[in-house]
Structures are given as structure tokens and as C-alpha cells.
Design a protein around this ligand. Structure first.
Ligand SMILES: [Zn+2]
Length: 450
């Protein structure tokens, strides 16, 4: 059910998934027609958009966004974070649970879900905490969150690891009842006590406490075996090492139901940046080596890694503009993710635009069980959740000019390819001419999570 007073739109000369140019007509919230250029039946009152050479993708879906509300509205709000998401080409995000209060009850996930609807920029799907207060001691009310209006299907203590194997086993068993998934932040806590950056040559030379690859890999290895043992579904957040890619590849070969994500920053940045002592580059998991970067690119190209997820982690100036050891972990990513994927994977000939639609829209929607309404094919009759990209544009990233409320982008001053020209949520433009549209109407009927 979609009701809308939004005028129809004709995208002239757009290339669905980077293929042949076509005229694409959006009306009543769906894709009405895809026709050869000049051959479409243009509805009365239609807005025409010149899209020659632009790539038309399904709206991007982020499985890993920190929106910070409730609790840290000084860093980001649901409204500012989802506006940034729309600017980056997203039509749905999963909001991580490490807010204050923690999203560990039906009440809090419903609050976040409602704030997302009121903002209207993208569909917001709250992630539920695995343990009460993210304290790693007892399971949260997963069933109540699943049954709530927010219909939670993804559960994560992200920011912290569910390190107790008994709790992880129980969570994996519990989510099977409602086809949920446990998304693990893989970080062995004892092996990373006080850690500040990747453990390796650079950490030794500059004297910062190291974070060994094995602290991530040991948890992933344990968890894929637990998922196999109980016959459940595991998602690995932001894997960052060559060894992690190998373990996931092994697990998939064995038939284990595991999916994995990589962040844009782990596709392009290395621990050499720690030599600057600029805390902008302090992130969890840490930036790794060039060999790890090559391994995650190869894993994304061959399908071992299922998705790109931003781990958009906005922080205030006070939390980031300080010495490295005192600074918060994390960097923003919603508004640069697609450009980084274009630079590292598409322009390098390792992924096609159709592949980008798979790893940034279809696969994350499927893992989050929102694939009834998001991550759909670009085809007649499908919901008009779409992103129009000019791949020939270049831009210099300016943190202050972004829609996110926080300026901690690691790409400031860097030139990146590609520009999101327009984003459509159920046929309504949330971004037009490369900028967020001033005041979106409240989200229309959003369709159920399936
Ligand atoms: Zn995390």
C-alpha cells in the first residue's frame, strides 16, 4: 500500500545498474515504466530529470549505522544521520543499539523506529542489543523487540563483543524463532585491553599499544562454529584482516550460514595513517595493513564478503580533537561510502555496478530481512527506492559541508569519484541536484519487514 501526492518523475537516459540508457518513469511510489529513450509514456505533470550517463541503482541499504539518538544528540540525531544517509544514496539504514539508553527493550527500539518515520529521509530499522545494557551478562528481551512495532531482526552489541560463548550460543539459538541474525563485533576483549591501533610494524615504531589480528579472527572462528553447531545465522560486522576473510571463506565452503561485511574505510585506508597521530584515523576495528586491504577487496570481489556497511560513527569535536589515546574510536561514512566503493572496486574493474547493487542494497536488505521493500531489482512494479549516481563526477570531501552533524570524516580534503545526484524513497526525491531536499513529507506507509 503506497499513497502519495508526489508528482511522477521521468529519469531521461539513466542507465539501470550501469547498463543501456533508458527512460525510467516513477509514479505512485513504484517504477511505472522502463523504456528506450524517448519511448516512455510520460504521465501528466511529470518532473523530468536529465540523467544522461548516470547510473541508476536500487536505494542503498546500510546494515551498520550509528545514529546516536537517544543520548548523544550532540554527535548525531536520527534526523541528521538519516539526512546524511539520503545524501549518500541510502534509502534504509539499520541503527545500532549502543545508544543511551541502550536499545535493549521494545520501548527504545520503537522510539528509534518512530523517530525515523518522523524524519522521513530513509527507512530506519533499529538493531536490538543482544545483552542488557551491552554488559555481556544476560540476554536482552530479543523476542519482545522482534514482536514490537519496529520488528527487529538484527541483534548486536556492536561497539562491544559478545565474548561469553554461552551467551553467544543462547543468542544464536534464540533468534532462530523469528528468523533473526546475530551481528557480532568480533573483538576478544583480553587480547585488546588498552589497544589503540593495529598491532604490527607501525604500532611498534610509533609506540602505540597494538591490537592483534588474532583478537578478531579468534572470535570469528569460534562464532562460525557456534552458528554451525546450533544451526543458526551469524553476521560478522566490519571484518578487517586477511585471516578473517580466510575463516569466512572456509565457513561458507563448509555450508555454515554466515555473512560478512567490510567498511569503506577498511577498503582503502591503512595503519600507516596512525603515523600522523590524527585521531580521525582511530577506529574500531583498527585500520590494518596494505595486505589486509588487498585481502578484503579480494573477498568482496569473490563474494566471501557479502556487503559493504558504513559503520558510520559520528563523534563530537570534543571526543575526537584530542590526543590519540584519549580520542573516541570511529569515523563517519554515509556520505562517502559509494564513492570509496567506486574508487576501489568499480573503477579498478573488480566490481560492476550490478555488483554494487548486490553488495550495497540487495544483500544487506536480505540479511536484515527487509528485502520485501528494499534492495529490490530495478524493474517495473518494484518500489521506487532508487539512487541516481553520476560516476564521471569528482569531488573534494569537505567534512563541514556534509549533512551529518559530526565532522570526523577520514576523507577530508581527498578527491573521490562519483556523486549522488538524486535519491528516491517510494518515488519521492529525498535528494535532488546532489543536495538533500529541504523538508521531506513524513514517510508513507513503509511496508512490513519480511
Ligand atoms: Zn563494531
Amino acid at each position: 500500500m503506497t499513497t502519495t501526492s508526489v508528482p511522477p518523475v521521468v529519469l531521461r537516459g539513466a542507465r539501470p545498474l550501469g547498463g543501456e540508457a533508458a527512460d525510467v518513469v516513477l509514479a505512485d511510489g513504484v517504477i511505472r515504466e522502463i523504456a528506450a529513450p524517448g519511448a516512455a509514456a510520460v504521465p501528466e505533470g511529470a518532473v523530468e530529470i536529465a540523467a544522461d550517463g548516470h547510473v541508476l541503482l536500487p536505494g542503498l541499504v546500510d546494515l551498520h549505522t550509528h545514529l546516536r539518538e537517544p543520548g548523544r544528540e550532540d554527535a548525531e540525531t536520527v534526523a541528521s544521520g538519516t539526512r546524511a544517509a539520503a545524501a549518500g544514496g541510502f534509502t534504509a539504514v539499520h541503527a545500532m543499539a549502543n545508544t543511551s539508553p541502550v536499545a535493549d527493550t521494545a520501548g527504545v527500539v520503537e522510539q528509534v523506529w518512530r523517530l525515523g518515520q518522523e524524519a522521513g529521509w530513509v527507512d530506519v530499522h533499529p538493531v536490538g542489543a543482544v545483552t542488557v545494557g551491552l554488559d555481556g551478562e544476560r540476554l536482552a528481551e530479543l523476542g519482545a523487540m522482534a514482536d514490537s512495532a519496529a520488528r527487529v531482526r538484527v541483534f548486536s552489541d556492536d561497539g562491544r563483543c559478545v565474548h561469553d560463548p554461552i551467551l553467544m550460543r543462547r543468542a544464536l539459538e534464540y533468534v532462530k524463532a523469528f528468523d533473526g541474525v546475530v551481528a557480532q563485533h568480533a573483538q576478544e576483549p583480553r587480547l585488546t585491553e588498552g589497544a589503540q591501533m593495529n598491532e604490527g610494524v607501525v604500532s611498534a615504531e610509533i609506540g602505540l599499544a597494538g591490537w592483534p589480528a588474532v583478537a578478531e579472527e579468534a572470535i570469528i572462528a569460534r562464532d562460525v562454529l557456534l552458528a554451525e553447531h546450533v544451526g543458526s545465522r551469524l553476521h560478522v560486522c566490519h571484518l578487517s584482516t586477511a585471516g578473517s576473510v580466510e575463516i569466512v571463506r572456509w565457513a561458507k565452503g563448509r555450508g555454515i550460514d554466515v555473512t560478512a561485511e567490510v567498511t569503506p574505510h577498511h577498503l582503502i585506508l591503512t595503519d600507516e595513517l596512525a603515523r600522523t597521530y590524527d585521531p580521525t584515523f582511530k577506529v574500531n576495528p583498527p585500520l590494518r595493513t596494505a595486505a589486509d586491504v588487498e585481502a578484503v577487496r579480494a573477498g568482496l570481489a569473490d563474494g566471501t564478503i557479502d556487503i559493504v556497511a558504513t559503520d558510520h560513527a559520528p563523534h563530537t569535536r570534543e571526543d575526537k580533537d584530542c590526543e590519540w589515546g584519549a580520542a573516541a574510536f570511529g569515523m563517519t561514512g554515509l556520505e562517502t561510502a559509494l564513492s570509496v566503493v567506486q574508487a576501489t572496486m568499480v573503477d579498478a574493474g573488480r566490481l560492476t555496478w550490478a555488483d554494487v547493487a548486490r553488495v550495497m542494497s540487495a544483500n544487506p536488505a536480505r540479511i536484515g530481512r527487509i528485502d520485501g521493500t528494499q534492495g529490490r531489482p530495478v524493474a517495473v512494479g518494484e518500489p521506487a527506492n532508487l539512487t541516481l549516481v553520476d560516476p564521471s563526477a569528482t569531488r573534494t570531501v569537505d567534512g563541514a559541508a556534509q549533512a551529518t552533524a559530526s565532522g570526523n570524516t577520514p576523507f577530508a580534503g581527498r578527491e573521490l569519484p562519483g556523486r549522488v545526484v538524486a535519491t528516491f524513497l517510494r518515488g519521492r526525491a529525498t535528494v535532488a541536484d546532489g543536495a538533500p531536499v529541504a523538508a521531506p513529507a513524513p514517510a508513507a506507509a513503509r511496508g512490513g519487514v519480511r
